[in-house]
Design a protein around this ligand. Sequence first.
Ligand SMILES: [Zn+2]
Length: 237
Amino acid sequence: MSTQDLFREDAQLRDCAATLLRVDERGLLLDRTVFYPQGGGQAGDAGTLTLADGREIRIVDTRKGEDGEILHLAAPELSLEGLVVGSPVTARIDWERRHAHMRFHTATHLLCALVPHPVDGCSITAGYARLDFHMTDALDKDALTAGIARLVAGAHPVGHSWISDEELDANPGLVRSMSVQPPRGSGRVRLLKIEGVDLQPCGGTHVANTAEIGAVVVTKIEKKSARTRRVVLGFAP
Ligand SMILES: [Zn+2]
């Protein structure tokens, strides 16, 4: 049974009412959720599920299950006895942590615009983000930090749209303007657009405007292999 993924349309949602559908060792399954499951390099959300009697279940991570299920992983020390399938819950994410994911995630899109090379690895946490570029040239840490600051100050709106595989095929110019080839086969593709900056298929959560990213800096550039340059982002101290 798939979970309705509310964060896909509105990443700013912090909580939602939902119904508990299943409780087992895989995790807690809800009919709908604001919790983003680990994927696309972005860490899964943490937060709480509040039961009708006020009891709080602490959620430490979120993962994808089978068939579009989103599984909420409860803190291991918690007893899940007495949880009744079919009962209402309020699902609430740890917003500070998620907003850090959103700021870093959107910043990685800015990096993609600044470094026109294919990406072959990505990791986004609340403390840092890293992006691996398939390239051999050297990168300048200070120049990239300045480039990100310029795009943040530019206050570019961030939005998304859905297009079908057919629409994509009918607009070959679209694919050329994207830095990542869209995944085909599921029938529709989610395009993330930062106006005037970046356009690419992405299912993650992003801020609504680049100004919301704030002070993000390049903390490290590493030569991971002969053909890979790793860029690490952090929040300015
Ligand atoms: Zn993205």
